[in-house]
Ligand binder design. Sequence first.
Ligand code: ZN
Length: 626
Amino acid sequence: MCSHLWRCIRAGITIPNDLTFMRFTFFCFYISFCFLLVGCTIAGAEPATTDTVRQDVAPVPLVQQHPIDTSALPKGYFINPMRIPVSLSATFGEIRPNHFHGGIDLRVGGKVGEPVYAAAEGYVSRIKVSPWGGGKHVYITHPNGFRTVYMHLDGYAGELLKFVHDYQYSHRVFAFDTDLPADSIRVEQGQLIGYAGNTGSSGGPHLHYEIRFADNDQPVNPFYFGMDYSDPVPPTIVNVKLYPADGATLIDGVSKEWFQTTTRSIKKRHVTATADSVTVSGRFYAGIYAYDRSDAQSRKNGVERIELYVDGALFAIYGVPTYIYEETRAINAQIDYPQYQKNREYYVLTRQLQGIRYPKVTAVRDSGYICFNDNAMHSLEYRVYDYKGNVALRSLKVRSRQPNTIGQQPATAAMAQNRKLNVVFARPFRLDTAGFRLSIKPYSLYADDGLVFRISQRKEGLYGNCYTVYPRNYNYPPNQACTIELPIPHGVKVSRSKLLICTVAGKKKSAVETRVENGKLVAEVKCFGTFAVAADTVPPDLKPSNFKNGSTVTAKDIRLKITDDFSGIGTYDCYLNGRWTLAEYDPKVAALIVDAKQLKKGQNDVKFKIADAVGNLVERQYTLYR
Ligand SMILES: [Zn+2]
């Protein structure tokens, strides 16, 4: 429905306003300049195209999020899905790469196989098996309008086990994702559904458990349903940072972000000191890096709530009691993203960006931007809470200085000057130039912004030109995938089907899932940066890990190491004595695993067919005895 809506909007009439038109003219100059840079590469290679920028006017309806009143959620309806005490290795809403954590992670003592039970009565409404993400999933829909989800299972039990086996053999697949009709598999509260494991993108055995609204799959913190656990330890605040809101702001005399450090390096000697005051002039906002442990050996879990007080008054609250999956990537704009890229530290920024439809920062004054127009001493204080109400405090004195505006250019004017292409975050955007097309869906950026775009000459190992595009001011990965289309370069000797769009960062190129449409290469990309065309002509590599051709199998499974140089493993099939047989793929360890119980007594012919994402195929046959 979404893509249909998107097509309708795209088909709508473009009404460029004067400003857009001016920018467009400017852009044409810019593109001409790029043409000069790349010489005849483009002009010779591509038919003449009209450079256009479209920003259609139709607004897009918002995805609906249920408001939640935590006190009204049913308490005690869902039981603990395991018969061991609740011990957490991750909390709800915790910050993860590109997403909020949609559930809680329950520890299982470091080993797979802990039985998992239905948290309440209902029916199995979806089963998903994937080498990635949540691995082996179960979804149960309950009569009270909620749905529970269980992930990273090692395996299934009872009717679910039979369903999965039948599905895999009838469709000849390991990975699948299917909805089940209501009541085809009914479960009672406390009924065994499977076993906790480490499947998919999991860093160790645990159960990932979620409670969602059944109608829109909106996850809600399971703690608000009365799940109990022990946590006597308050959160830990690692550090506080202040950020200039624009180019005119000075923090300790410079227009740069500022750390409240507890250890300062002064002339190569480490002096332990707490910087408890800072001088600021102009608008700024603050960020905090904090985590919570529930006991001494617990890992660094997320906190429940962060409150910012300015001069003793509540200024902003950050918290994630619920969210919608469509906006999970907004996490990138809610944290100090460059700091995260540098060292994986998650500073939560207590300011609101307009493009985040359901802000995680609420009860804010001035959208979380602080500005003191005086020469005085002020106080900032962060209060950080865990789910048991334990609190940690960190305060900071801010000496305000009235901005010295003489000789300073207003920052907004400087920003406007830099803008080549303008994107209004709430509207769809399309750029067409030199055979390259970029389509951005509404609410993919987190604020109105300018795009930087350039074309540069090909690099070694790539075909055609490199196209670079990113938002000028808020350079976060987009909230939703953007569509890019690249022309198929002329004179390429490789078959079209082996060509791929890739992202280029320095010497590293990463393949993106690519399709051919109307004679162009098309991909959905979840990052900005540099894109180009490359080829994958090399089939995957395959090596037996625990057997040799002609040997007798005594282990519980036969394992191969399968790897691919570029586009990634696409399909993996095992034929045992001529019949398709289930082989499970675990990309964490690059392993393809076949249960040895499937081998018959005596001689077995085992054949593997492994293809990469563009269909380069390798076939190997082995004779094994049992
Ligand atoms: Zn999890």
